[in-house]
Design a protein around this ligand. Structure first.
Ligand code: 13P
Length: 257
């Protein structure tokens, strides 16, 4: 059995009441799990940034649940009204930051260059970046998946070298699979990750031990088992289904049963 991490990306959803219910049920669930099974599962909770501090206080010293920000600024401090920095996220107990999500690329015009700067700031503050990559439907149909994915990673490597990628997470989230109910096949996911791994291995050895590879896009308790068991993925990045604690518990139970 391999270790699996489940990221719950709540996007712009939720409130204090829902977070309280979700996290308390999750904490109680982990309490009932035997020590042997517990070590295979980790949950990373990513509510809207405003609720990270509130969530931290509920999670307390729980070792199975970690906190993740959905965004960060390039700068660490200064006159940048409305922004939050990696340094501040670290200060309040956050461990991970999602970068380059297609929704931020689309609605906030984030470029690969912006994302590379954010990546640097996150690493510089000893947080773990979760770099989202993925192609749109048109590129998928025109067999450009690998080209797009590599170009999204390359901006970072060219600027900072391969070493900056070590101990980070690459999450493949095809845009055509996000919120559509159409998830990528295991053959497709494995093909994409093998291509990326071969590419990264041309810079250094043993990339498998240095970077984790996650998949995201229309994951639910109906397809999670198939995705985990038949793929080379280390984790799941879940949007809509992650708003429902019972779905998350089903996904975990299906895996460890
Ligand atoms: P859905 O699970 O709703 O398809 O969203 C995936 C996603 O964007 C996670 O970051």
């Amino acid at each position: 059995m391999k270790n699996i991490t489940i990221i719950c990306n709540w996007k712009l959803n939720g409130n204090k009441k829902l977070i309280n219910i979700f996290l308390k049920k999750l904490i109680n669930f982990f309490k009932t799990l035997d020590e042997h099974k517990k070590k295979y599962i980790k949950v990373i909770f990513s509510p809207p940034i405003l609720y990270l501090d509130y969530s931290y206080k509920i999670i307390n010293k729980n070792k199975e649940i970690y906190l993740c920000s959905q965004n960060v600024d390039i700068n660490e401090n200064g006159s940048f009204t409305g922004e939050i920095s990696a340094k501040m996220l670290k200060d309040i107990g956050v461990s991970y930051v999602i970068l380059g999500h297609s929704e931020r690329r689309k609605y906030h015009n984030e470029s690969d260059y912006d994302i590379s700067e954010k990546f640097f700031s996150v690493k510089n503050n000893e947080l773990t970046p979760i770099l989202c990559i993925g192609e749109n439907l048109n590129d998928y149909e025109n067999l450009k998946t690998e080209k797009i994915c590599i170009s999204q990673i390359n901006t970072i490597i060219k600027k900072y070298g391969i070493e900056i990628m070590f101990n980070s997470i690459i999450a493949y989230e095809p845009i055509w699979a996000i919120g559509t109910g159409n998830y990528a096949s295991k053959e497709h996911i494995n093909k994409v990750f093998n291509f990326i791994k071969n590419y990264l291995n041309s810079f250094c050895d043993n990339i498998n031990n240095k970077i984790k590879f996650y998949y995201g896009g229309s994951i639910s308790s109906y397809n999670s088992e198939d995705l985990i068991n038949n793929n080379i993925i280390d984790g799941l990045l879940i949007g809509k289904s992650s708003l429902y604690i019972d779905e998350i518990l089903n996904i975990i139970n299906n895996y460890i049963k």
